[in-house]
Design a protein around this ligand. Structure first.
Ligand code: PGA
Length: 261
């Protein structure tokens, strides 16, 4: 794992956007795993800017989102389908037929999850997967005690996750309590992971995920098992990382980070 700590949220966002742009340029039909949430909104805004100003080409890129709420239709404005349309898909030259999300309205949720797993396999696996981290340490909606080998399935959301996201629904009683999510095992199968974390509300969970024990109680800690994982954090989110001076040294000195400095 490599951990990149940048002084501000903007700087951290810039680095992640540069890493994604480089991946798309070197592999135009990249299979790109997408995440949602407030942190990623800023990243997508930056990618849209790179598309406009530097002609970053999404025309062949294929995408898979991590998760979707059960019971929300694709055209429900609170769904992750709509989130993606609003923040990325409608602003870049992506072919919508190449964008894939789980169907939270599927009659047979197990079959829908299997379809998704099969489709990922059919596309040759995910090349690059973006990850946020939830306040309960989840990746995707892999809530505590999700098996580290789990595959795409439906999950009940924890009170912490409901509290984190109820603002988008105008109250907890109005929001879905279940979601479909790629499993931790599905995520670990991706060829490369980028975890992007900002803000002091994530400092404690990020420290546990990166430097704590690997445990299904904190599914983000599973990234420690992955051979190609980059964590990009701003100073606030990194404030509880014990080895942050070492991480800073690597970014400032290692040749592979030169182009990003
Ligand atoms: P956030 O969500 O960016 O809105 O904090 C991240 C997550 O829950 O994975």
């Amino acid at each position: 794992m490599q951990v990149i700590v940048r002084p501000t949220r903007e700087e951290a966002t810039r680095i992640v956007a540069r890493l994604v742009a480089k991946a798309v340029r070197s592999n135009p039909d990249l299979v790109f795993g997408l995440a949602t949430g407030l942190t990623m909104e800023r990243l997508y805004a930056r990618l849209v800017r790179i598309h406009r100003e530097e002609k970053l080409d999404f025309s062949l890129v294929r995408t898979f989102n991590l998760d979707e709420y059960v019971g929300l239709a694709a055209d429900d404005e609170r769904s992750y389908h709509m989130y993606m349309t609003k923040h990325l898909f409608s602003h870049v030259n992506i072919d919508r037929r190449n964008t894939h999300l789980l169907d939270g309205m599927a009659k047979d949720l197990d079959a829908e999850c299997q379809r998704y797993e099969d489709l990922i396999k059919h596309c040759g696996g995910i090349d690059l997967q973006l990850l946020g981290i939830g306040r309960d340490g989840h990746i995707g909606f892999n809530e505590p005690l999700s098996a580290l080998y789990s595959r795409t399935r439906d999950k009940s959301l924890t009170p912490t996750t409901l509290a984190q996201n109820e603002k988008y629904f105008g109250g907890r009683d109005k929001m879905p309590h279940r979601a479909l999510t790629m499993g931790v095992g599905t995520i670990l199968d991706c060829k490369k992971l980028i975890m992007f974390v900002t803000g002091d509300s994530k400092a404690a969970v990020l420290a546990k995920a990166v430097e704590g024990p690997i445990t299904s109680m904190m599914t983000a800690s599973a990234i420690q098992l992955h051979p190609h994982c980059i964590v990009v954090a701003d100073e606030e989110a990194a404030s509880k990382l014990e080895a942050r001076d070492y991480y800073r040294w690597i970014f400032e000195n290692e040749p592979e980070w030169k182009e990003f400095r």
